[in-house]
Design a protein around this ligand. Structure first.
Ligand code: SIN
Length: 288
């Protein structure tokens, strides 16, 4: 039997962002149910749906309801982890026959917005926990609308109209991507995309602070020292407990994050534990 819009329950977490959707089987999703999920997602910015058992086709099929799927980011050594499905990224610390089956390992994945080093970064990321050590490798989500709202007025006025370079050379685990060099002559010449520091959500019209990732970031038009000082001041607000929800994974969890207003990071975990997630990302529009 298909789930209907009447059967789902939206249960907000006791944090400023995030909600759980209950009563859904992602393999049998009625259009009206998806519409309710989409409304909840725009309201709560990050959603969790527990207890799913889906393959890559079903993950891609559910993700594609949010929009066209983006290709997975290039991995550090250049090729895709899932050649048959270039939209699915494998995130894992598992080593098989001496080779990593996925990216990001077991170390910390620092605060970032997925693929914001592209001119058109994905609107959304969908994470599916296939094999997860419970209580390890939590993923944190920070509401960047809340962070912007709470900035001192003078700081907010100062960053209005400024743009920032989002570095593309390294992933959130710090690994150098294939084809890039260790360093570049200046922050402005760093490879990556330039985006506004304050962006507007194209569907809700709300504004948020858009930082991408800290490493090698540069505020365009500012001398290096001034850019660093400004970015340090802004980054000090990321991950505040009153703007953050922490996902503690269970096998079968699906988490959908609105990258247009939410950043995320992941805790490091014991490398002897196995962790395997599949992720898709949904094409976006140029941030403005
Ligand atoms: C990521 O997309 O940054 C990875 C999140 C995770 O491993 O939980």
């Amino acid at each position: 039997m298909s789930a209907t819009a009447d059967t789902i329950e939206v249960v907000p977490f006791e944090t400023p962002i995030g909600a759980e959707i209950r009563g859904v089987d992602l393999q049998r999703l009625h259009d009206a149910t998806f519409a309710a999920i989409k409304r909840a997602w725009l309201a709560y910015k990050v959603l969790r749906i527990r207890g799913q058992r889906i393959d890559d086709d079903a993950l891609a099929g559910f993700s594609a309801r949010f929009g066209t799927l983006d290709r997975a980011p290039i991995k550090a050594v250049g090729t895709s982890y899932t050649p048959s499905r270039p939209e699915v990224t494998v995130i894992s610390n598992i080593i098989l026959d001496g080779k990593a089956i996925g990216g990001l390992g077991s170390g910390e994945s620092i605060w970032h917005t997925d693929m914001s080093y592209n001119d058109i970064p994905p609107d959304a990321s969908v994470l599916y926990g296939i094999e997860v050590p419970e209580g390890h490798g939590d993923t944190w989500f920070c509401d960047m609308e809340r962070v912007l709202e709470d900035l001192p007025a003078a700081l907010r006025a100062r960053i209005a109209g400024l743009t920032c370079k989002h570095d593309s050379t390294r992933n959130s685990a710090g690994e150098l991507r294939q084809g890039y060099q260790e360093s570049y002559p200046s922050g402005e010449e760093q490879p990556g995309a330039v985006h506004p520091l304050i962006r507007t959500h194209p569907e809700t019209g709300r504004k948020s602070l858009f930082l991408g990732r800290r490493r090698n970031a540069h505020v365009m038009g500012l001398p290096r020292a001034e850019s660093e000082a400004l970015l340090d001041e802004l980054w000090a607000q990321v991950g505040r407990s009153d703007a953050t929800w922490i996902q503690t994974w269970k096998q079968g969890d699906v988490v959908i994050c609105d990258n247009r207003c939410v950043m995320h990071r992941r805790d490091e975990f014991d490398p002897s534990l196995r962790r395997l997630m599949h992720r898709t990302q949904i094409q976006g529009t140029r941030p403005f």
